[in-house]
Design a protein around this ligand. Structure first.
Ligand SMILES: [Zn+2]
Length: 125
């Protein structure tokens, strides 16, 4: 799959482990994968053999995510609905917003300019 960002850049998704792609998991479903793994570990600890069908059943219980991308050119974040029939685009608030926020190898999301500009959290004000 490939599509155009609103800035005109082409965003390609033809392989796994893309640094500009992420899977959005709603907070109401955030703990579901942990519970599924806990249940599986409990079954293993109880001595039950885990079959391929069990793995598939567990995978099917994982919550569905929405796919999101960040345009490397303009920094916009594009969130697709689950059937990829429509998308929502969010533009960066600041010019120095990093364009690699979805890169899992990125260590820090803040920039020096952002740190000097505003309190990042209301409880820090
Ligand atoms: Zn763009």
């Amino acid at each position: 799959m490939k599509f155009l960002c609103t800035c005109g850049a082409t965003i390609c998704d033809g392989t796994d482990y893309l640094p500009y792609k992420a899977h959005m998991l709603p907070d109401v479903n955030y703990y579901d994968p942990f519970n599924i793994v806990d249940d599986m570990l409990d079954e293993i600890a109880a001595g039950r053999q885990i079959s391929d069908a069990d793995y598939m059943r567990l995978r099917q219980q994982f919550p569905r995510t929405r796919t999101m991308y960040q345009c490397r050119e303009c920094g916009s974040v594009i969130i697709w609905n689950r059937d990829f029939s429509d998308r929502y685009v969010f533009n960066p608030e600041f010019e120095d917003t990093p364009h690699d926020l979805l890169d899992g190898t990125r260590k820090d999301l803040s920039t020096k300019a952002q740190e000097q500009r505003l309190p990042l959290r209301q409880d820090e004000a």
